[in-house]
Design a protein around this ligand. Sequence first.
Ligand SMILES: [Zn+2]
Length: 105
Amino acid sequence: MTDIKPKNPIPISSVRVIGRTVRVIPWSFDDADQSQDGEWSDRDGTIKVGTHLDPDTFREVLLHEIIHAVESRLGMSLRENQVVALGVGLDLVFQENPELLRLYG
Ligand SMILES: [Zn+2]
């Protein structure tokens, strides 16, 4: 039994992804498949993100799973390495241009 307390309470409970409300569910370390930090379920319309993650990793994992949700909504079929690359690339663009996100607020 691992005794890891969540460092990063989930700061968001849902995201809208192209007309679909996707719930963001805290994924405790004990419940998580330890080979992955997040999970997108098209069937359930949920994203799980590990509560054990540091804030930077949490943000990256959430964005990665949102890209999977976008992929699903648009009927795309991306390879996992393409999703990873898009997530890393967009995360860097958002970090380099915080004012960019305010355009959508
Ligand atoms: Zn993935």
